[in-house]
Each structure stands twice: as structure tokens, then as C-alpha cells.
Ligand binder design. Sequence first.
Ligand code: PLP
Length: 232
Amino acid sequence: MSTIADNIARVEARIRAAALAAHRDEHSVRLLAVSKTKPAEALREAYAAGVREFGENYLQEALGKQAELADLPLSWHFIGPIQSNKTRAIAENFAWVHSVDRLKIAQRLSEQRPAELPPLNICIQVNVSGEASKSGCAPDDLPALASAISALPRLTLRGLMAIPEPTEDRAAQDAAFAAVQTLNEHLRDHLDLPVDTLSMGMSHDLESAIAQGATWVRIGTALFGARDYGQP
Ligand SMILES: *Cc1c(COP(=O)(O)O)cnc(C)c1O
């Protein structure tokens, strides 16, 4: 059985190889370890192997692990669906939110971000799979949402996040991630928004995402093994 440290080395090698194949600097792609459903001990092991950035989907679970791991200098990213009544705790306890898909949530996060913390880094989740996905902003609505979010004082709009419909077909993966990159370039080049981030690519499709410009890959299974109970 391979350890978490072995898995991290393997994923880092995949990231390097994909960056090299795409003629990109390997340091332009960062590893976000997705630790949902995994115990604090697993995150501690990943920390010992050099991982500092962790992504969590469920607020209560994340807050529990943050308390258990308060002795470590970790950076926390919220990547799950967001209900309005959870925004305060998210604004207070995370450095990044990757899953913002409507203005009301962004406004609450900005209002509730504590003054003593730096602005909260935001990615807008965009839906490039149409009917197949329930969450994410429709591409047509993205420019207006991005402009409005970029004006909020306590948020920094960093770019886009996407979870395309899962497929093993490399051409289909490439097409979906390329669409996300095109949308981000539109925000940068036509709306003059200083976006520098594409959060895309998971265990099964990180190579394609990196070829299409990913700057965060969000990796769960390939680091921590399969999740035990029916999580996405
Ligand atoms: C669970 C999850 C991941 C990680 O997926 P794996 O296939 O386990 O690598 C990435 N992003 C989001 C938003 C997730 O919910």
C-alpha cells in the first residue's frame, strides 16, 4: 500500500511532466490537496511531505480539522457549494473560495471578511457543461458577475474554477478546459480584470487541465485514496 507521501511524489511528478509537455514553468501550477472526508491525521501526513494548501467542501468538517491542526501553518480553500448562512464562517476561516457562483454570496463574503485579514481570494465557478451541472455561473452571465465581484472591497477576484463533466476522453477534457481558459482571457483582455488563476483539473484529468492553463489543480483521490462514502 502506498503512503500519502508516495502519492504526493507521484502527483507532483505528473504535474511536472504535464507542465513540461505544455512548455510551462512547473511552478506556475500549484497543488491544492482536497481533503474532504479524510481525517486530520491524513492532512498532517501531507503536511510532513510538504503540502501547505488544503481544499475542503463541507464547512463543519473543515472547521473541525482546522481546530485539530491549528499548530500547523496551513492555508485553507473552500471549494464546495455555499449556502448564505455559511458565508460568515467561510469569510472568517479561509484564504480562498473557489466556488462562488452568485453575487449575493460574494457580497456577504465581502461584508463579513474580518478587517484584520487580507482580502479573500475568489474564483468564480463557471459551468461549461450546460445541463450536466447544477452549480456554476452560466458563461453568458460571467462578465457581469465578474465585474460586480471585482468591485467588492474585501474580495480579490483571482479567476475561474470549473468542474467539467467527468470523462476519460482527452479531447473532450481539453475542449472543456480550453473553454474555461477562453472565458478567463475574456475577463482579462476585454474587461481589464487582473485575473491570474484557473482552478481546474482533478485526479483523473490534471494533465489536460495543465495543458489548458490550470494554475491550481485540486487533487483528492490520487493523494488520499478513494473516499469511503458517497461523496462527489
Ligand atoms: C472532491 C473534489 C475534488 C477532488 O477530486 P478527485 O477526483 O478526488 O481528485 C476537486 N474539486 C472539487 C470541487 C471536489 O469537490
